[in-house]
Design a protein around this ligand. Structure first.
Ligand code: ASP
Ligand code: MG
Length: 440
């Protein structure tokens, strides 16, 4: 039985941080370690791709060389053993030669994905070499040999299950495996990825695929907090969350966890534990199929929301109107987050406004439409049983000085959401911290 431990970009962000990983990963417990790229690398690779797209070869070359130099500086600090230094030097030369080749040639979307994959390939190999230097056995599992998404970009779990088992079974005497987060192959076998921040998702998918006893997501904060520490002065970590509570929080803005990450773990009932690399002894947050305590546990905010108000005289007593509305959003593959209705109008929100123009054109054929941009959803999460009074009141009371554009309650027993103007986010989170958690 292998545990799955995922470490993000900052946990492998420097030679020292890579060395520090040893304390957390090298022990008798059998495990798969999933690593992100060193922090800053994926962003740098995105910039390189942008320059390549624009055929701005001078910038691209400079960006590639800068990033390469960073790696050379880090490996000088990481290794002392001559052989390891040489291996790492070759590794870096090879990966950067691969990237540099695109400055001479055409550049397409597929190649962008291949370039973005280099960050995780580098970080995992560097850690693997470091373990070799300190004489710890480990096995590098190539994620590109087992991690697959299907035509809908969903993980192909049966495939992953089969091929990861095959890779693991090649090493019956090993109990420390290292693999890349984020990267995968698509249905055509091309290199692809699980979207930015996707290493959490990798960990959860692997946990589900191997039916791991636990997936641990290691970051630099001691678990999920009740509020955004960047917005309010006092917060506390939450000990336990159900899968549903955690999914709401992750989706609505809690940065510590990638929103999709919960799904595979939930599907196979694999507990997910959020842990702090800087304080490994801290309890962190356990996310599992558990009945957590009743009450409000946390708030989170999601910015950049567009609210669309759709009004129709024909909505009155008409059926089929909502279907017509939803079909338009479906046509443009745009998910809806919040909905409120009245007799003559419906308001809803989207966070992906890529196809907003087209959506508005279609909506205007059946209704009058108004939009408000730069809105923020504030999501209040907990166990809020339907037959218990007072939760909505508590929230509204705390927010009594903030104008509320929409309110949504009752969709699940886990969430109350309100939509406010984005400028008021900090005020709202502070007011909730006071009203719900008694922090001043
Ligand atoms: N390296 C990828 C990113 O920066 C994946 C991750 O960090 O989870 O988005
Ligand atoms: Mg990350």
């Amino acid at each position: 039985m292998l545990l799955v431990l995922k470490f993000g970009g900052t946990s492998v962000g420097s030679a020292q941080r890579i060395k520090d990983l040893v304390k957390l990963t090298v022990n008798e417990i059998p495990k798969i370690v999933v690593l992100s790229a060193m922090s800053g690398t994926t962003n740098a690779l995105v910039e390189i791709c942008d320059s390549l797209y624009n055929r701005n070869i001078i910038d691209a070359t400079r960006q590639i060389n800068n990033l390469k130099q960073n790696y050379f500086s880090e490996i000088k600090l990481l290794y002392t053993n001559k052989q390891c230094i040489e291996k790492a030097n070759n590794l870096i030369e090879n990966h950067f030669a691969y990237i540099t080749a695109f400055t001479l040639d055409m550049f397409t979307a597929n190649e962008e994905k291949a370039i973005l994959a280099q960050g995780e390939l580098l970080s995992t190999a560097l850690f693997h070499y470091y373990l070799e230097e300190i004489k710890v056995d480990s096995v590098l599992l190539p994620a590109l040999n087992f991690m697959r998404i299907d035509e809908d970009d969903e993980p192909n779990l049966p495939y992953i299950e089969k091929y990861i088992a095959e890779e693991i079974n090649k090493h019956p005497n090993s109990n420390l495996f290292i693999t890349q987060g984020y990267i995968c192959r698509n249905a055509f076998g091309e290199i692809d990825n699980l979207k930015r921040g996707g290493s959490d998702y990798t960990a959860s998918i692997i946990g589900a695929a191997i039916r791991s006893p636990e997936v641990q997501i290691w970051t630099d904060i001691d678990g999920m907090h009740n509020n955004d520490p960047r917005m309010v002065s006092k917060t506390h970590p939450i000990d336990e969350l159900s899968f549903d509570e955690a999914a709401e929080l992750a989706y609505f803005g809690a940065k510590i966890l990638h929103p999709t990450c919960i799904l595979p773990a939930k599907k196979r009932n694999i507990p997910v534990r959020l842990k702090n690399t800087l304080h490994p002894e801290a309890k962190g947050t356990l996310i599992a199929n558990i009945n957590t305590k009743e009450g409000i546990k946390a708030v989170a905010a999601k910015d950049g929301i567009t609210a669309i108000n759709i009004k129709s005289d024909r909505m009155l007593l008409a059926h089929g109107f909502l279907r017509a509305v939803f079909e338009i959003f479906e046509r443009y593959k745009t998910p809806i987050d919040m909905i409120t209705t009245s007799e003559v109008a419906v308001s809803l929100t989207i966070d992906n406004s890529k196809n907003l123009k087209e959506i508005l054109v279609d909506l205007k054929e059946i209704s009058q439409v108004e939009i408000d941009e730069n809105q923020t959803i504030i999501c209040i999460v907990g166990q809020l049983p339907k037959d218990k009074p007072g939760y909505a009141n508590k929230v509204l009371e705390a927010l009594k000085d903030i104008p509320l554009r929409m309110v949504s309650y009752g969709g699940s027993a886990n969430n109350i959401s309100v939509l406010i103007n984005g400028n008021l986010k900090k005020d709202a989170l502070q007011a909730l911290n006071k009203g719900l958690f008694n922090y001043n």
